[in-house]
Design a protein around this ligand. Structure first.
Ligand SMILES: C[S@@+](CC[C@H](N)C(=O)[O-])C[C@H]1O[C@@H](n2cnc3c(N)ncnc32)[C@H](O)[C@@H]1O
Length: 238
């Protein structure tokens, strides 16, 4: 097992991220529930609210991992809709494929694809969502260009991400939780490198994501924070 967390700037960054998620796929859902005290479900619901997914929509969930955000989207798109979950980690996709389809949901297709080089034609989707994935992209601007390319004109992009609170007391709590407890929980779960990478990647993730969305050509860009400033939802229209 590789003991060092992926480092942005390494030529091998994308490969390191890929193999890290391959490794932790089996504990990923449980770790999410523990680390967020179950709140991740609420955050996903709010992100999908922002995407304004309606019955019959075609939705792409990028960096879908074990599939929970795509599944939430499938509930909104309904049986007439179509949801595609895309990720480059086959073990994460395998867990998503193992989740039983729910009644009244859009069918979900799970695709192994790189978010930086999407295998979909231009203007294919009404909405693109990405949950806790944008921070992991080796080239965020290229990823945003791809997201805009595959969206129909007027299609919505929603990015759900962890962010760093700027004000006390959450700022202090975040430092304790992310810098001390998360790596410790990761050690107990058997992958300290993966769970040291998590706080590092949050810190280095561009603060100015909204500016990057504007630069990528998105309109009506806005963002809101939740959970005391720990979680951000950014959105824009193609
Ligand atoms: C933290 S997980 C998020 C999973 C899921 N969206 C969720 O909400 O729980 C990040 C996912 O992004 C995927 N990923 C990172 N870079 C990627 C890329 N360039 N193309 C496709 N998937 C990527 C990883 O394999 C991993 O499954």
């Amino acid at each position: 097992m590789n003991d060092s967390p992926p480092r942005r700037g390494d030529v091998e960054f994308a490969g390191q991220v890929n193999s890290m998620f391959d490794r932790i796929s089996g504990v990923y859902d449980r770790m999410n529930r523990v680390m967020t005290a179950g709140l991740d479900r609420t955050w996903r619901r709010k992100a999908i609210d922002r995407a304004e997914i309606g019955a019959g929509d075609r939705v792409l969930d990028l960096c879908c991992g074990t599939g929970d955000l795509a599944i939430e989207a499938a509930g909104r798109a309904g049986p007439a809709g179509e949801v595609t979950g895309a990720d480059f980690s086959e073990p994460m996709l395998e867990i998503a494929r193992g989740k039983p389809p729910a009644e009244g949901h859009a069918p979900v297709t799970w695709v192994n694809a790189d978010a930086l080089d999407l295998p979909f034609p231009d203007h294919s989707f009404d909405a693109v969502t990405i949950g806790f994935g944008a921070r992991n992209l080796a080239d965020l601007d290229r990823g945003l260009d791809e997201m805009r390319r595959v969206l129909k004109p007027g299609g919505r992009l929603v990015i759900l991400e962890i962010t760093q609170p700027r004000r006390q007391p959450l700022k202090g709590f975040f430092a304790l939780w992310f810098d001390r407890l998360v790596p410790l929980i990761g050690r107990v779960a058997g992958d300290s490198a993966a769970y040291s990478y998590l706080p590092d990647s949050v810190r280095t993730f561009a603060d100015a994501l909204a500016d990057r969305l504007v630069a990528a050509g998105f309109d009506r860009v806005r963002w809101t924070v939740m959970a005391g400033g720990i979680i951000a939802i950014h959105s824009g229209v193609a």
